[in-house]
Design a binder for this molecule. Structure first.
Ligand SMILES: Cc1cc2nc3c(=O)[nH]c(=O)nc-3n(C[C@H](O)[C@H](O)[C@H](O)COP(=O)(O)OP(=O)(O)OC[C@H]3O[C@@H](n4cnc5c(N)ncnc54)[C@H](O)[C@@H]3O)c2cc1C
Length: 407
């Protein structure tokens, strides 16, 4: 058969991986979802089981990231988050820190820090990525955390408060985005790795959240944190060159550290939202077939069946946008129409909408904690907020398609 120019068929390896993760999600994650949502704690036993199974491991993550089609990681995320989003994020939080190192570090730094962030099956480690601050959420340029270079000691000194950090304070490794030259806003920022046991880093308040409650979210306080020069991602020479170019008003490329991280992770975040939406849709479809009112299953009413048709259509459209962006990123194609933002925007809003429709289809049962759709709805809402709110995704897309600085 001649080579196809275009195909949506998954390879045998991808299908096998998808089936394996689906089974893990169904057998291990889904049954534990309610308990850890109620406990609002990091689900260590599940992370341990995932490490034992080889899912929470650098080998697994790397093989999916480097899958040549680009789809491995997004397929994996969809299955795990189909199991449960809170537990899924507890498993994937380290990935954000690892992505920050991969996007901004030298090859030596990637080789040293990324494996250490995952640890081993017998000695599990966690990573956290800390960019957001109390006064710098969407406006990353307003960041106040400062990194000052102590030339005599070749050390960096970090001071400031980070907020909303997934795994913040409980992680072994923290990646901190800090301002080196505040006059340059985002172009004056750099990323630093803080290794385990570093003095001066502590956890601030832990947040009690609406959803994804099995995932730990907290403030991280940096009080005179001193780091040797090699903990600056990318190295000092590259940073100095970038700062000098910014000062001269020259282009600095896509090197703003938070943006470089988010560009890589948006398709995976979109895939997580697809997983939640698919889970809620399946519960609603099954329920609608067995729940009888007026002497017939409620699915026999167009009002319900059409809702399910729309849910399925939007979920499939979301997945296609996610796959496109993941494929483009892996082929090194530029996101000229902000395709990464498109997929995150659409999948995130779809997850919120679909989970709400699922509650409606389950009626009173849908509104209780006896059924999983109310948890899925609470979990879904974060997908219009973190890793860039829906408004910020629209801003990025609007700027990309118009070439105009839309505010
Ligand atoms: C559970 C959770 C986990 C998180 N994990 C991490 C993490 O691991 N690491 C990390 O660094 N951060 C993390 N975040 C932070 C997250 O990325 C921010 O919450 C997000 O970027 C929004 O920032 P903000 O909350 O300050 O909202 P704000 O920026 O204050 O936005 C408030 C509202 O104003 C809108 N808005 C702002 N500016 C504009 C504009 N120009 N045009 C139109 N509308 C605008 C926003 O869209 C939003 O609706 C997490 C957050 C949560 C809640």
């Amino acid at each position: 058969m001649a080579d196809l120019a275009f195909s949506l068929d998954l390879s045998d390896d991808q299908r096998e991986m998808q089936k394996w993760l689906h089974e893990f999600a169904a057998d291990v994650i889904r049954p534990a979802a309610h308990e850890w949502d109620e406990r609002e704690e990091t689900p260590w036993p599940i992370i341990q089981e995932a490490a034992k199974a080889g899912i929470y491991s650098l080998d697994f993550m790397a093989s999916q990231w480097f899958d040549e089609s680009g789809l491995g990681m997004v397929i994996a995320q969809e299955e795990l988050f189909w199991g449960d989003a809170g537990i899924g994020l507890a498993l994937m939080g380290t990935g954000l820190a690892a992505a920050a190192v991969s996007a901004n570090g030298t090859n030596e730094q990637i080789g040293e820090f990324v494996p250490a962030m995952y640890g081993t099956e017998d000695d599990i480690k966690l990573g956290a990525f800390c960019s957001s601050e109390p006064d710098a959420g969407s406006d990353v340029g307003a960041m106040k955390t400062r990194a000052v270079y102590d030339e005599a000691k070749d050390e960096w000194v970090l001071n400031g408060t980070k907020t909303w950090a997934t795994n913040g304070g409980i992680a072994d490794w923290h990646v901190i985005v800090a301002s080196v030259d505040p006059t340059l806003a985002t172009r004056g920022q750099a990323s630093f790795v803080v290794p385990p046991g570093t003095k001066g880093l502590s956890q601030g308040q832990k947040f009690k959240k609406h959803g994804i409650r099995a995932s730990h979210t907290a403030e991280v306080v940096l009080d005179d944190v001193r780091l040797a020069g090699n903990y600056l991602l990318g190295g000092k020479e590259k940073l100095d060159d970038r700062l000098n170019r910014a000062r001269e008003g020259l282009k600095t490329g896509r090197s703003q550290p938070s943006m470089a991280t988010f560009e890589r992770t948006r398709p995976t975040v979109g895939a997580q939202a697809v997983g939640i939406a698919r889970a809620a849709y399946e519960v609603a479809l099954d329920y609608a077939k067995v729940r009888e009112q007026f002497g017939r299953p409620i699915i026999e009413n167009q009002g319900i069946a059409f809702k399910l048709a729309d849910m399925k259509t939007r979920i499939d459209a979301s997945r296609l946008l996610v796959w496109r962006a993941a494929w483009m990123a892996r082929q090194g194609k530029d996101f000229t129409a902000a395709e990464g933002s498109q997929c995150k925007l659409f999948a995130g809003e779809t997850a919120v909408w679909v989970t709400e429709q699922a509650i409606q289809i389950l009626g009173g049962n849908g509104y209780t904690r006896e059924y999983p759709v109310e948890r899925m709805h609470r979990d879904a809402k974060i997908y219009t907020i973190f890793e860039g709110t829906s408004e910020i995704q629209r801003l990025v897309i609007a700027r990309a398609i118009s070439g105009t600085y839309i505010r």
